[in-house]
Write a protein of this length. Structure first.
Length: 162
């Protein structure tokens, strides 16, 4: 396979990854997902850094709002990345100017995924809400770090000229 085909395959895998997480989150929305978000946002069990620069969030409406923003962005990322992979596959053998245009949606989808996991989980969750202090939060933070790295590496790979 040529480099365009590999870029397309990796993009499709990433789209499947993001979609899988989004669907798993929906399947567990009233159980694990809501509970995890409520726990992290409440800043419960923070022993090392017991004082935070942001107030704890315990109102269910705000927790649901944050949760739905994350879900919406995950599904949007999966759709953009998947659509981008499809376009890349269709144009993998095309003229030199077709394939770069076909990558646009994939780059936007992967970029959005990085925003979700780097900004929302890494910056807001880990840095502002100190989620790293608890086992549940640390697990989410570590997973978000891995997904951020996958996304950034794929973003670079897709961006490189063929």
């Amino acid at each position: 396979m040529n480099i365009r085909s590999w870029k397309t395959v990796f993009t499709a895998i990433f789209a499947l990854l993001v979609l899988s997480y989004a669907v798993q989150n929906v399947a567990n929305i009233t159980g694990g997902m809501y509970s995890s978000f409520a726990y992290v946002l409440s800043q419960t069990d923070h022993l090392a850094y017991s004082v935070s620069v942001v107030p704890a969030i315990t109102q269910p409406l705000l927790i649901w709002s944050v949760l739905l923003v994350v879900l919406s962005l995950e599904f949007t990322s999966a759709a953009l990345t998947g659509f981008g992979a499809w376009n890349m596959w269709k144009h993998r053998g095309g003229a030199s100017n077709e394939f770069p245009l076909a990558k646009r949606h994939a780059l936007n989808g992967v970029g959005l995924a990085v925003v979700v996991w780097f900004l929302l989980f890494g910056t807001f969750g880990a840095a502002l809400f100190q989620m790293w202090q608890t086992e549940i939060g640390a697990g989410s933070f570590n997973g978000a770090f891995q997904l951020t790295v996958y996304g950034l590496l794929l973003f670079v790979l897709i961006s490189v000229e063929d």
